[in-house]
Design a binder for this molecule. Structure first.
Ligand code: PSU
Ligand code: MN
Length: 308
C-alpha cells in the first residue's frame, strides 16, 4: 500500500526509491477500445514502459480498492470489459463504497497516481470540450488543473472541439509542451492549427517540470506528440467521421460519460479501423516517451539527493 492506494510490490519499491514509474489509465482499456485491441494496447504500453527501464502501473478501482498496478488476473477482468464502470475522479469514492470494479479516466487516473506518489502518466488523448450543445466538458481538464503530474498524450481526441479545449487548458493554467512539434496534435493526425510551445528533448521537459513544481504550481504539465507518421490519418477523413458521429449521437440521445466511448467507436467504424490502428500506435509511442521522461526525472532526483 502507498497510503490509500494499493500498489504492487514492484511499484511500491520503485516509488519509495524514486525510480521511474509510469501510471496508465484503464478507461481506455475497459471503455475506449474494443476487444481485442484493448489487450494489444495494455501489452504494447506496458512493454514500451518496461523495455525503457521504468515500471508500469495501471490505475483502477479493483473491487472497491483504489489501485496502481494490476495483477494479471485483475487485468484480465478489466480487459473482458464486463461490469466495469467508468470512473472519473469524483466517481472513485462511490466505487470504493460499493466495492465495484471501476476503470479510471485520465482525471481518475491522475487522482490515484498523485495519491500513490507517481509523477508521470501516459495516455492516448485527454478529454475536453465537446462540439455540440450542451458542450459537455470532461472533468479531465479541471483535474489536470489541480494535480501536479507530467501527462503524455496526443492532445485531446479529435472528436472534441480542439480549439475550445486548448482555450480551457490555457485559462486553467495547464502548460502544454509540444514534443518536437509546435502544433497541438489532433490525436489521429498531426495538424490542428493550434500553437503550443515546442521542446525538442526530454531533458527540457524534466527541467521544466522541476521548475514548475519549485514555483509551487499545482497543475499538470501536458506533453503532447502526434501519432507516428505512418499511422496518421488525414484531417478531412477524421473530420467527416466525427461530424457524422456527433449528428448520430444527438439523434440517439447519447449523453454524459457514454459520449466519449460512443464517438470513438463511431470513428473507428467509419474509418474501417484505421482510427483504431492510429490509436494503438500513439498509445505505445506515448508510453515510450513517458518512460523516457520518468527515467530522466528519476536520474535528476537521485543525483540531486547524492549531491546534497
Ligand atoms: N482516449 C482514447 N480513448 C479513451 C479515452 C481517451 O483514445 O477511451 C478516455 C480517457 O480515459 C479520457 C476519457 O480520460 O476518455 C474522457 O472521458 P469523458 O469525456 O467522459 O471525461
Ligand atoms: Mn462529461
Amino acid at each position: 500500500m502507498t497510503g490509500v492506494v494499493r500498489t504492487l510490490p514492484e511499484v511500491a519499491s520503485a516509488i519509495a526509491h524514486e525510480r521511474a514509474v509510469v501510471a496508465l489509465e484503464s478507461s481506455v482499456l475497459a471503455q475506449g477500445l474494443p476487444i481485442p485491441a484493448n489487450r494489444e494496447a495494455a501489452r504494447s504500453m506496458s512493454e514500451a514502459v518496461t523495455s525503457r527501464g521504468a515500471v508500469a502501473a495501471i490505475t483502477a478501482v479493483v473491487r472497491g480498492i483504489p489501485t496502481a498496478g494490476l495483477t494479471a488476473e485483475e487485468l484480465e477482468r478489466f480487459l473482458a470489459r464486463d461490469g466495469i464502470v467508468k470512473a472519473s475522479a469524483r466517481d472513485i469514492a462511490l466505487a470504493v463504497a460499493r466495492g465495484s470494479d471501476a476503470a479510471t479516466t485520465v482525471a481518475g487516473a491522475i487522482a490515484l497516481a498523485a495519491l500513490a506518489g507517481i509523477t508521470v502518466l501516459a495516455t492516448g488523448g485527454i478529454g475536453g470540450v465537446h462540439r455540440s450543445p450542451p458542450y459537455d466538458e470532461s472533468a479531465d481538464l479541471a483535474e489536470l488543473a489541480r494535480t501536479p503530474m507530467i501527462v503524455v498524450c496526443s492532445g485531446a481526441k479529435a472528436i472534441l472541439d480542439l480549439r475550445a479545449t486548448a482555450e480551457r487548458l490555457d485559462t486553467l493554467g495547464v502548460p502544454v509542451l509540444g514534443y518536437r512539434t509546435a502544433e497541438l496534435p489532433a490525436f489521429y493526425g498531426a495538424e490542428s492549427g493550434i500553437a503550443v510551445m515546442r521542446v525538442d528533448d526530454v531533458a527540457t521537459i524534466v527541467a521544466t517540470y522541476r521548475a514548475h513544481v519549485a514555483l509551487g504550481r499545482r497543475a499538470a504539465l501536458l506533453v503532447v506528440q502526434p501519432p507516428p507518421a505512418a499511422f496518421a490519418l488525414p484531417g478531412s477523413v477524421v473530420e467527416r467521421a466525427v461530424v457524422e458521429g456527433v449528428r448520430e449521437s444527438t439523434r440517439a440521445g447519447v449523453q454524459g460519460a457514454a459520449m466519449t466511448p460512443y464517438l470513438l467507436d463511431y470513428v473507428d467504424r467509419a474509418t474501417s479501423g484505421r482510427a483504431r490502428e492510429a490509436n494503438l500506435a500513439l498509445l505505445e509511442q506515448n508510453a515510450a516517451l513517458a518512460a523516457d521522461i520518468a527515467v530522466a526525472l528519476s536520474a535528476a532526483l537521485n543525483s540531486a539527493v547524492t549531491s546534497e
